[in-house]
Design a protein around this ligand. Structure first.
Ligand SMILES: *Cc1c(COP(=O)(O)O)cnc(C)c1O
Ligand SMILES: [Zn+2]
Length: 425
């Protein structure tokens, strides 16, 4: 296998040692996580506003700053999801410059995980893996299963046994081998690390993690480009392992370094469920010490009690002058409903977390009304309907007759039938 470096290679976050390109995720000397390091000068001529605009309407328009192996021709139109102005949600929570980055409609499996998986699998193929896998809180499982199917790779996916039924089905349908583990995500992840040492499999978030994580940068590139090559004042982002929020920051830094956007301070705000809030707890205590938790929340996609990038995420958030907040399961459900009722966007529990946290940040005065704030919605509500299904009661079926409809409407609204047309209900 040729591990020689092109414009990028693995580098240790702590000691700076370089490792070329190979399927490993931790430094052999200090055990710190490895990250992809680029020779920015070498990519400068290929990463310009003009070249990017002329590229395809998906994440591959940014491929000069993604770890894509030589010869790989990406063709899956992942990402480039809508950035929409959220006027009505903004009115509700006291924000006049609010945007939603809507990865609930990411291709192909309706979450931001499609971005990271497409980059990881490009590398899995280059490293010669025939079987790929992951430890997942749900969305990653869906995306690995779908994209492995399309590439003709075998997949073996490990999840906590209590995952939402829709996320299980959304994995099985692609023909993946799914293994339910009697434990929480942290147990599943530890097991995957052991499996990756034993079998020659490419685990996207274990031995391929540095490559995988780079895919998240595309959320940051897209936000800046969609704002007209400007950075926002604030980012509100959900946190599980703490990777996405850090990579948005990394993306902004690269755009500044290469002169695509003007430098300005951007504050980062992390969102978690109180039932699994190790990173927000650290931020609130003003340090980067992560005390592992045993998750207990309906936001299962964020339920990582011992987050790999937790310390780095907490440190980054504090360094930008941002904050992290966590909210209860009841507020998660209200957050899902509020986003749907004001903006017509149906998000999963993680998006309920982000929406409710954004509302709290405005209410507490941590973000002020006029600042440009982007709220990252990362997953689709159709995958977690179990979280809200009991909030809605189905009415009885009505016969297809105008009179029946009128009396049903009267019954529903409590307005006598004779006055209904006037009342306009
Ligand atoms: C995985 C996931 C996240 C968090 O990602 P990290 O990079 O692990 O912090 C956020 N939202 C959804 C819907 C996810 O599936
Ligand atoms: Zn090191």
């Amino acid at each position: 296998m040729d591990y020689s470096c092109s414009a990028y290679e693995l580098k240790c976050n702590e000691c700076g040692k370089r490792f070329g390109n190979q399927p490993i995720s931790a430094c052999e000397d200090c055990l710190a996580p490895l990250e992809i390091h680029y020779d920015l000068e070498a990519v400068r001529k290929d990463f310009t506003r003009e070249k990017i605009s002329a590229g395809p309407a998906n994440i591959w328009r940014y491929k000069a700053l993604l770890p894509i192996p030589a010869g790989f021709e990406p063709d899956l139109p992942v990402g480039f999801t809508p950035l929409v102005k959220a006027k009505r949600l903004g009115e509700r929570i006291g924000a006049s410059n609010l945007y939603i980055k809507n990865d609930a409609v990411c291709f192909p499996t309706l979450s931001f995980k499609d971005r990271v998986v497409s980059v990881a699998l490009a590398n899995a193929q280059a490293f010669g893996f025939e079987t790929v896998g992951c430890s997942s809180t749900g969305n990653l499982a869906n995306s690995v299963a779908a994209q492995a199917a399309r590439l003709g790779l075998k997949s073996c996916i490990l999840v906590p046994a209590d995952l939402e039924p829709a996320k299980i089905l959304n994995t099985l349908v692609y023909g993946a081998r799914l293994v339910r583990i009697d434990g929480n995500y942290d147990h599943v992840n530890r097991l995957c690390t052991l499996i990756a040492d034993e079998y020659t499999w490419g685990f996207v978030n274990v031995n391929l993690r540095p490559y995988y994580a780079e895919g998240s940068k595309t959320v940051g590139y897209e936000i800046a480009e969609q704002l007209g090559w400007k950075l926002p004042d604030n980012i509100v982002c959900p946190m599980a392992g703490g990777s996405l929020i850090r990579k948005i920051k990394k993306a902004f830094g690269e755009l500044v370094a290469l002169g695509l956007v003007e430098d300005k301070p951007v504050r980062f705000f992390g969102a978690q469920a109180t039932g699994c809030s190790p990173i927000s707890k650290a931020v609130k205590q003003g340090n980067d010490y992560i005390e592992p938790q045993r998750p207990n929340t309906i936001a299962r996609s964020l339920a990582i009690g011992n987050p790999a990038d937790g310390p780095a995420a907490a440190k980054m958030i504090l360094g930008t002058g941002g904050w992290a907040e966590d909210i209860s399961d009841v507020e998660i459900v209200s957050g899902i409903q509020e986003l749907a009722e004001t903006e017509g966007i149906f998000t999963e529990t993680a998006g309920g977390v982000t929406t409710a946290v954004a509302a709290r940040l405005y209410a507490d005065g941590r973000i002020s009304e006029r600042e440009t704030t982007v709220v990252c919605i990362t997953g689709n509500g159709l995958k977690t309907t179990d979280a809200i299904v009991d909030r809605y009661v189905l009415g009885r079926a009505v016969r297809p007759k105008l009179a029946d409809f009128a009396s049903y409407l009267a019954e529903l609204s409590g307005v006598p039938e004779a006055e209904l047309a006037l009342a306009g209900v």
